[in-house]
Design a protein around this ligand. Structure first.
Ligand code: 5GP
Length: 193
């Protein structure tokens, strides 16, 4: 039986440009005791991102060391960069009864699905591929090549999420506030908050 005082782990996945980050922000504002899991990555800092807040930006040697030392709860390569979730902060927060929110890719979602079965794993879908393309173009943080890569990756991620059975819930982001409300409802229901 799961410990009723233990917190819930909430995984949010979905292609970039589907509003995952805004959904996570909505959860952090609304769910009592919610805590953001700060991932490590080898990719370069983008735009207004803050080291230690949005991600911990590491060089490849330090990232590889963390992987080898089993310091990451899950980790994956995404478009040539390493991404991973430090294990200790998640363990500490869950044992304090906090709700841990993590935004990770589908490879990480699959690892969490097999290792932490009582987690809530939500996959956020764009309403359509043209809508996703438009949102990524609007964001203007990517070069055209990087955008094409991300769109191809989005297609693969959606297929994997649908076929793998790793996700407990699917939410289509047609309207951002409705999608945020839906994810909040799911997390509250699953955590009995
Ligand atoms: P971005 O470079 O756009 O911030 O993130 C690229 C992808 O990596 C996104 O799908 C994001 O959810 C995922 N990601 C971010 N942090 C982690 C992590 O710690 N683990 C895994 N597996 N994926 C992550």
């Amino acid at each position: 039986m799961s410990d009723p005082k233990r917190g819930k782990l909430v995984v949010i996945s979905g292609p970039s440009g589907t509003g995952k980050t805004s959904i996570c922000e909505g959860l952090l504002k609304t769910i009592p005791n919610a805590r953001w899991s700060v991932s490590v990555t080898t990719r370069k800092r983008r735009g207004a991102e803050v080291d230690g807040v949005d991600y911990r930006f590491l060089d490849r040697a330090e990232y590889d060391r963390m992987v080898q030392a089993n310091e990451l709860l899950e980790h994956a390569e995404y478009l040539g960069h390493g991404y991973g979730t430090p294990r200790t902060p998640v363990d500490v927060a869950l044992s304090r009864g906090e709700t841990v929110i993590m935004e990770i890719d589908v490879q990480g979602g699959a690892q969490i699905a097999s290792e932490m079965q009582d987690s809530v794993r939500i996959f956020v879908m764009p309403p359509s591929m043209p809508a996703l393309k438009q949102r990524l173009a609007h964001r203007k943080t990517e070069t055209p090549e990087a955008m094409e890569q991300r769109l191809a990756e989005a297609q693969r991620e959606m297929e994997f999420a649908a076929e793998s059975g790793c996700y407990t819930h699917f939410v289509t982001n047609e309207d951002l506030s409705a999608a945020i409300a839906e994810v909040i409802r799911i997390v509250k229901q699953e955590s009995r908050l």
